[in-house]
Design a protein around this ligand. Sequence first.
Ligand SMILES: Cc1cc2nc3c(=O)[nH]c(=O)nc-3n(C[C@H](O)[C@H](O)[C@H](O)COP(=O)(O)OP(=O)(O)OC[C@H]3O[C@@H](n4cnc5c(N)ncnc54)[C@H](O)[C@@H]3O)c2cc1C
Length: 288
Amino acid sequence: MTTSYLRPTTLDEALAALATTPTARVLAGGTDWMIPARAGAVPDALINIFRVEQLRSIRRTGDALELGACVTVAQLLKSKDVLQAAPVLWKAADRFASPLVRSRATLGGNLCNASPAADLSLALLACDATVTLASKGGRRSLTVEELVLGPRKTALGPGELLVGVRVPIRAGQVSRFEKSGPRPALEISAAAVAFTATVEGGRLTGVRIACGAVAPVPMRAKKAEALVEGRALDPALIEAAVEAAAGEVTPIDDVRATARYRRRLVAAYVRRCLEACTDDRRLHAAAS
Ligand SMILES: Cc1cc2nc3c(=O)[nH]c(=O)nc-3n(C[C@H](O)[C@H](O)[C@H](O)COP(=O)(O)OP(=O)(O)OC[C@H]3O[C@@H](n4cnc5c(N)ncnc54)[C@H](O)[C@@H]3O)c2cc1C
């Protein structure tokens, strides 16, 4: 079988190509796609979007950070806007693979590959990010939870391309990204936690605790979030939230870790995130 290969340089060309061949496979950096491809899963048409300049921009507006789908991990790490406006995303990028992979791996690929262990998707979930899907027929916006439906399963329809990500900017944000593995940057996570919150009057608000590699999709530990939302942290409350988070995740045993170990990692990471908040001088100052 021969594969037709298209390499558009504009978004219009990419969407036109997808409209005429809706079964074509989209290729961005190829770091996920190459693995099934090498095992023989080659589609009849490939559309390589990596050189579409419109999909490579990072733009800070008044209240949001706008990221193109083909922004690479290396670009995220070089961007002061990402560091300042979406620190948890920057931290996830900092724990991501090796320089070689970072130079190719894209934000859109991480989301659309729909891996339960996708680190950037996890950070974006903790940021309340939304994604824009485009096709010849128009555009629509989804949350990360609405986009990622299951392992390797997304809400993308035929002819649709993920074109951008919008991260709302929150002032006074604290964040952490915790990830397992003896070589944390080169390891697919056995478990990971992305944490964000806003500090207000000595209390945490807008708390997001996103857990990766411990459920079919990156998930928020909403019971744990609700427990600490708007309340002053103390050791008993932290332990209650840790227990809630560990109870909410639904990990499995696989070659990388047992379910029990993953649950314990989640507990340790959530505890670490919340304890770090109690060490934050802004919290102590505001509470006293
Ligand atoms: C050695 C190695 C280390 C890795 N380490 C990590 C890590 O630390 N953390 C982590 O999260 N991942 C890691 N990965 C996985 C991978 O690098 C990431 O998921 C990466 O972000 C995928 O992006 P990509 O551009 O390479 O996607 P591709 O492989 O090009 O595409 C992945 C999937 O998404 C679809 N797709 C891509 N872009 C779009 C779009 N704009 N619209 C619609 N569909 C699209 C493709 O059709 C394909 O199904 C690693 C991979 C390797 C090989």
